[in-house]
Design a protein around this ligand. Structure first.
Ligand code: FAD
Length: 516
């Protein structure tokens, strides 16, 4: 690479200074360095699948989290003698224009597996290499390069966690220390006629910042991420004993897991740094849990879904997705809206959906409960619809992980024990018999006595009156009877599975004939 020439660092995810190989490479030997983030209107566009007019692909909470992360990144870059150049528009066009305008010789950005970026990156790479620009595009969002794992498996995607672990082994980068800081950055050159702005506010992007649903308690940015990591790992015993299915999904004052997911999603926190910090703790304790239940195990789940999604065409659809069971889901908009808007009449489900809307984050088992309820548990609605609602409202909404888990929870792929259905009544009660979680997120049920809090429709009218909550008026009646609906769901899943079995055996008969 030409020493003293200009480089462009294109931030997308990876909104951090620590462990950022693309940024480091861009800085090395460059005369000028242009750190760019493009605000992509794609995510603010009206959502064709949304019910309420004006709602966008990404909800207010996630956009706010992103903008906070950008402000933090800008501050960090300024401390290193640089700043973040924010632009707005179609990223492919903007980056191509900047490359020309600034006479860039080196273009650096983190490798991204999301289909949206894979398509975009092909365009940008073609454009840049036609101009003889050097491209550096390292894998640093995940612990492993999904392509390497698939190659090690003879070109096939590993579809179980155990086979993934075997193929993965230890990450190659663990042998050399990660770079956790930079001391300075080359200056920014003349920006010419490119339109540079400060980080916009949510208002400037067309969101209503007073919307009471958009007030997540979690703030974006690398500074927050590293502080949160430190707090999460301060109690070494807790880390050593971490067992995923054991946590309390109803804990909201102090969540039972780290809540690092939104920081990992945007790359405010490096998953490799997280992994290494965990290994350092494991070395100092006598005993620790292991994958799949340990904290390192959680990070490996993340890589597992990144790998599966990378190697599976149409991963985010049922149709044309070879690893997805074909199930004749019902098309019932009324029930879908009830689920989305926290009006199913099951307080445990509605409280979780309210937490999703208000916080953009829920505990893993809480996500299990509402995803199972929507699909194979009670409502028999397509997982793609639920995935879509999650994708818009989660602050950690992540293409690979979200789709992977919806495939899992709907028993469409990875997990097939469709007989095991979460009860929307008794599951939460085990953790939170008083119903504190429900009372917090559904204040309308605040005064409901605890023996009725999970099934308020069973409370005598006198109790409802005293609790100031008439079922069917102040809070909905249940949209289904769980006993009837779950039985029906099991039956339909059984039928669909049998049909899938038949179809796949027909396919293989045909394949055999083709071979003959
Ligand atoms: P911790 O338990 O502290 O785990 C640490 C990290 O490990 C997480 O931040 C996450 O990056 C990773 N991780 C944990 N569980 C999983 C998992 N099951 N699969 C993959 N990675 C995991 N997670 C997302 O990050 N984005 C999503 O869009 C998303 N959608 C989901 C949809 C459904 C239907 C379900 C059931 C789960 C989904 N998850 C998603 C996975 C999981 O629920 C969250 O990652 C986790 O609850 C985040 O909280 P945490 O950071 O405290 O997790």
């Amino acid at each position: 690479s030409g020493s003293g020439s200009n480089s462009l660092m294109w931030f997308r995810k990876g909104l951090r200074i620590h462990d950022n190989p693309a940024l480091e490479y861009a800085a090395r030997g460059s005369g000028c360095l242009y750190p760019v983030f493009v605000i992509d209107p794609h995510y603010m566009e009206p959502d064709p699948n949304a019910f309420s007019p004006g709602s966008s692909l990404a909800g207010l909470n996630r956009i706010r989290f992103l903008l906070e992360s950008l402000v933090d990144l800008d501050l960090s870059l300024r401390r290193l003698g640089s700043r973040l150049l924010v632009m707005r528009g179609e990223p492919g066009e903007i980056i191509s224009r900047c490359l020309k305008e600034w006479d860039i010789k080196k273009l650096c950005f983190e490798f991204d597996t999301d289909p949206y970026y894979r398509a975009l990156d092909v365009r940008v790479k073609n454009f840049a290499s036609a101009d003889g620009i050097e491209i550096f595009c390292p894998v640093s969002h995940t612990l492993f390069n999904p392509a390497d794992i698939i190659q090690k498996n003879g070109g096939k995607v590993p579809l179980t966690y155990q086979s993934f672990l075997k193929l993965a082994g230890d990450p190659t980068w663990v042998a050399s220390p990660l770079s956790l800081g930079l001391s300075s950055l080359p200056p920014i050159g003349d920006v010419g006629c490119c339109q540079i702005t400060d980080v916009p506010t949510v208002n400037e992007l067309g969101y209503d910042d007073l919307d009471e649903d958009g007030q997540t308690p979690f703030k974006g940015g690398e500074t927050q991420a590293l502080a949160r990591l430190q707090i999460s790992l301060a109690d070494k015993e807790w880390v050593a004993k971490f067992k995923k299915p054991k946590g309390d999904p109803s804990a909201f004052l102090k969540p039972a897991t780290t809540v690092l997911s939104p920081y990992l999603k945007f790359g405010c926190l490096s998953s490799r740094h997280f992994y290494q910090s965990l290994q350092n703790i494991y070395r100092t304790v006598k005993k620790h849990t292991s994958p799949p239940v340990s904290l390192v195990g959680q990070l490996l789940w993340r890589d597992f879904f990144y790998t599966a999604s990378f190697g599976t065409p149409n991963f985010d659809f049922m149709r044309g997705n070879l690893i997805c069971k074909q199930i004749p889901w019902d098309d019932n908009n009324e029930l879908l809206v009830a689920w989305r808007d926290a009006k199913t009449g099951f307080p445990w489900i509605d409280a979780i959906m309210t937490q999703l809307r208000k916080w953009g984050w829920m505990h893993h088992l809480a996500r299990h409960c509402v995803a199972c309820f929507l699909t194979r548990g009670d409502l028999f609605i397509h997982w793609e619809k639920g995935r879509h609602v999650f994708d818009r409202l989660l602050i950690d909404g992540d293409w690979s992980i979200n789709n992977g888990n919806w495939l899992w929870l709907s028993c469409s792929s990875f997990f097939y024990q469709y007989h095991r259905i979460y009860s929307p009544i008794s599951f939460g009660k085990k953790y939170d018999p008083e119903g504190k979680f429900i009372r917090h997120f559904l204040p309308v049920l605040k005064a409901m006595p605890k023996q009725y809090i999970y099934e308020p429709w069973t409370a005598p009218l006198s109790v409802q009156i005293k609790a100031n909550c008439i079922i069917g008026k102040d809070y909905p009646k249940p949209v289904v009877s769980h006993d009837v609906a779950s039985k029906e769901c099991r039956r339909k899943m059984g039928e669909a599975y049998a049909l899938n079995q038949k179809l796949s055996s027909q396919v293989s008969d045909q394949d055999l004939q083709n071979l003959r």
